[in-house]
Design a protein around this ligand. Structure first.
Ligand code: CA
Ligand code: ZN
Length: 297
């Protein structure tokens, strides 16, 4: 099995592949935490961190046969985490930024639980950054877009299947930024950031139009979309979900609109960017329903 253990800080069609792989292969991504392991003590000052080394994403993997217009499928088979993680407030982002201070916390993971002050809760590991190379300019791994990237969805966890539009030959898959746990919205700007390993199986769907990454879980489909604010992101995700549902459900847009209001869920993946570079990642989901075709494939 190939082990992908070198990381880059951009998604780009110009990034040299770390290795290539065939559809159907199982791969192990060995990833650093989102600070590239720089944050090791609660006394460290933010000025001491090299912020160009945030959100390292291991790869890229060149997927044989993947061409623009195809869909890359990533099955998350397992996620393992280190026994320590970290988190911090930056003083620059999130809804409580002006009533809180900058603080680092080192958090230990013991017996499958995160210890925080006087309470603990079970870990629920997720992959914050996963994506393919964008068609146009390179995108820093701290951002998200139609290529995926820093989507920070709690649903990208063990057992999830994630679909990405292929925008360049070989797709150039990268991932990293494991969180042992994170709340929806990630409002202080970090989860329990940890190094770890992500075991995936990759496969390919030829010639299927997909505009935004989709997450399939045991019970739900979610379209992930990213805009500068909530309204823009919600419209982008809803329109893509509607477009995918029309052939799968055989309904028109108006019936889909009504159904999404009755049975769909609008959820926030992440909304913690500084005001200088706004970005909101939303997911709009529907339950899987017997008798309806899969949205993709
Ligand atoms: Ca992240
Ligand atoms: Zn993170």
């Amino acid at each position: 099995m190939k082990i992908i253990d070198k990381s880059l800080y951009t998604f780009s069609g110009d990034n040299p592949p770390f290795c290539s792989a065939q559809p159907g292969e199982v791969l192990l991504f060995r990833t650093m935490d989102c600070y590239s392991g720089q944050l090791t003590s609660e006394d460290q000052k933010l000025e001491g961190l090299d912020l160009t080394k945030c959100n390292p994403a291991a790869g890229p993997v060149f997927v044989e046969g993947a061409e623009p217009g195809d869909v890359l499928v990533v099955d998350v088979l397992d996620i393992t985490v280190a026994d320590v993680g970290c988190t911090r407030t930056s003083g620059k982002s999130g809804p409580l930024r002006d009533v809180t201070e900058e603080r680092n916390r080192i958090l230990h993971i013991v017996d499958g639980c995160v210890q925080f002050n006087d309470i603990r809760w079970p870990i629920n590991p997720m992959v914050g950054v996963m994506g393919t190379a964008p068609a146009g300019d390179s995108v820093a791994t701290g951002y998200a877009g139609s290529h995926g990237g820093n989507m920070d969805s709690k649903k990208i966890a063990k057992g999830a299947r994630v679909y990405f539009p292929v925008q360049v030959s070989g797709a150039l898959l990268q991932m990293g930024d494991i969180h042992a746990t994170m709340g929806d919205g990630e409002i202080c700007g970090a989860g329990v950031e940890t190094a770890g390993e992500i075991l995936v199986r990759i496969s390919l769907i030829k010639n299927f139009t997909l505009n935004w990454p989709v997450t399939e879980t045991g019970n739900n489909w979610y379209v992930n979309a990213t805009g500068k604010d909530y309204d823009e992101s919600l419209i982008l995700a809803s329109k893509e979900l509607c477009r995918l549902m029309e052939p799968a459900y055989g309904w028109d847009a108006t019936d889909i609109f009504i159904y999404l209001s009755l049975q769909g869920d609008v959820e926030i993946n992440q909304a913690c960017r500084p005001l200088s570079t706004p970005m909101v990642n939303v997911r709009v989901g529907i339950p899987k329903t017997a008798g309806k075709k899969p949205l993709i494939g």
